[in-house]
Ligand binder design. Structure first.
Ligand code: COA
Length: 249
């Protein structure tokens, strides 16, 4: 079974995390598949919307920490993560997401690139970047304060506070809270509505609403350099090893 399922529902492309045994942790191969799916949406006029979905109680636990540990120990990083983040920023196709349960790290920051996010009451968002010796990524250091104001952004992105659904909605990170069994349905319902709109007008409206993406791209690249350096720090290496050894014990 693939770790990411990419399917079509009419004009909606569904990208579903499917690695529940590892809390949908995202490997390099999964990033590559997601980047390819976003590229496909740009080139295929039959795809009007891309919807990101997860599994019951698990959206995603973010980047696979064993991949991070590999880099921390001198291994190769690859371009897959950055390819995916660039594709999020350059996407002209509307993006929606449905979150039930945990959304950690990039599982939270990718939501900042989505146009509409639906979440269950038991959804929670968290970015333990600093705890891991890392820094905010995916343009979140720019998008975060813009979306939710500095205080919320600092609490989420620097303190690593867990935002449950109500708080995430208040902060503007999600559109609606729906019961867990309705997360997929509500997300796809919105996606289908968007898919029926005149596509060019929708793309233009979206571009205007999102504004100039050049500063976002620049910030994401700057974060990427700092993140890459931080990954190799003693602070990060010991945090990843602690996670892995906790699992092994
Ligand atoms: N990378 C790699 N493996 C991960 C993972 C991640 N990000 N998140 C979870 N897993 C794995 C665990 O190692 C475990 O594998 P195992 O069964 O082979 O030991 C399995 O998924 C289940 O995770 P577990 O920690 O037992 O589940 P939990 O419900 O107790 O906790 C989390 C869930 C998400 C709170 C916890 O797994 C966690 O903190 N993960 C790391 C999140 C993170 O820091 N992401 C990167 C942000 S930059």
């Amino acid at each position: 079974m693939a770790d990411i399922d990419i399917t079509r529902d009419g004009k909606v492309q569904i990208v579903r995390f499917n690695r529940a045994s590892k809390k949908n942790a995202i490997t390099r191969a999964m990033y590559a598949q997601m980047a390819a799916a976003l590229a496909e949406a740009e080139s295929d006029d039959d795809i009007r919307v891309t919807a990101f979905l997860g599994q019951p109680e698990v959206f995603t636990s973010g980047n696979d920490l064993s991949d991070f540990l590999t880099v921390a120990q001198g291994g190769e990083h690859g371009t897959e993560v950055q390819d995916f983040l660039k594709a999020l920023i350059t996407s002209q196709t509307p993006l929606v997401a449905g979150v039930d349960g945990l959304a950690v790290g990039v599982g939270t920051t990718m939501l900042m690139h989505c146009d509409m996010v639906f979440a269950s009451p038991r959804a929670w968002l968290q970015t333990p970047f600093v705890d891991l010796g890392l820094v905010p990524e995916a343009g979140s250091s720019l998008l975060g304060p813009n979306i939710m104001g500095y205080q919320h952004a600092f609490a989420l992105l620097a303190l690593g506070e867990r935002f449950y659904a109500e708080k995430a909605k208040e902060a503007g990170l999600i559109h609606s809270i729906v019961e867990p069994e309705l997360v997929d349905q509500s997300t796809l319902g919105a996606a289908r509505l968007l898919a029926e709109k005149p596509p060019q007008a929708l793309k233009t409206a979206r571009r205007l609403l999102r504004g100039d993406t050049a500063p976002l791209m620049n910030r994401m690249m700057e974060e990427g350099v700092l993140f890459g350096e931080a990954l190799k720090s003693d602070e990060a290496r010991s945090a990843f090893m602690a996670f892995m050894s906790k699992k092994a014990s």
